[in-house]
Design a protein around this ligand. Structure first.
Ligand code: SAM
Length: 239
């Protein structure tokens, strides 16, 4: 297993300071212009384009009672959640379906979200759920600071406006809360944004980290693992 501590802004600052022979104070000051960095990191219109630009609601209209990664991946994800969550935590499981990857730990309120109501209804781990297309409306119907963890599994590649969605993830997270975004190399290719389809797995990790930074969660760690056939990638982000 490889765990990478990866604050991209710090890494970029260190790289620029090395290239131009400047002090680390200079790099820190440069990186304080985070807005510039964030704007550079997010998607252009071409980046967010999809092969199938029909409404996402139509694509997810019929329930799919399948899993979207192999058992090794899903088991690794549950272990990661178990490591990151504390009993009693309030959890928002964004872009979910009929299965939960949350551990057996006794949690507080668990709110689910997805695009197919029949799938969410079957998900026994959820206390409540809502259906919302994030490519049409990025505002979450959740209170500010109301969650201890936000999880987003195997789905981030479908977001056309990740900066706005991740800033909502950050808003609903309470102080000390954690965002856990996981992905593999599988996807519905016609529905993934161009930036994702054209990126390597390492670049995808950096892309997700840049979404988190843009949203206001600048401290990111990346986990890379291969529990069985499907590669396991996760970005863990905090304030
Ligand atoms: C591959 S499934 C992953 C589901 C679940 N997280 C899991 O691990 O089994 C992708 C999910 O992303 C969600 N999704 C896709 N496009 C979306 C959109 N535009 N807005 C909101 N959710 C979307 C759907 O609910 C769909 O179930």
């Amino acid at each position: 297993m490889v765990t990478v501590t990866d604050n991209r802004a710090d890494r970029l600052g260190a790289e620029l300071s090395r290239m131009w022979g400047k002090s680390s104070e200079w790099a820190a000051e440069l990186m304080s212009f985070r807005l510039l960095y964030i704007i550079m990191a997010l998607l252009s219109d071409a980046d967010r384009r999809k092969l199938d630009d029909s409404l996402d609601g139509q694509f997810y209209d019929s329930p799919r009672f399948v899993t979207h990664a192999d058992d090794g991946f899903l088991g690794r994800l549950t272990t990661l959640y178990d490591d990151q969550l504390t009993p009693g935590d309030r959890v928002f499981d964004a872009m979910g379906s009929w299965v939960s990857h949350l551990p057996a730990t006794s949690l507080g309120r668990v709110v689910g979200h997805g695009l197919n109501e029949a799938e969410l209804k079957e998900n026994e781990r959820l206390d409540e759920y809502f259906v919302q297309n994030f490519n049409e409306n990025q505002s979450l119907p959740l209170e500010t600071n109301s969650m201890d963890a936000v999880c987003c599994a195997l789905s981030v590649q479908y977001l056309e406006y990740p900066g706005a969605v991740f800033s909502e993830f950050a808003r609903v997270l309470d102080d000390g809360g954690v965002l856990i975004v996981s992905f593999s190399n599988r996807m519905f290719p016609t529905k993934a944004v161009n930036a994702w389809r054209s990126a390597s797995m390492t670049e995808r990790g950096d892309l997700v980290a840049s979404y988190a930074e843009a949203g206001g969660l600048p401290r990111t760690d990346q986990i890379v693992d291969r529990p069985s056939s499907d590669p396991f990638y996760a970005v863990i982000a905090k304030q």
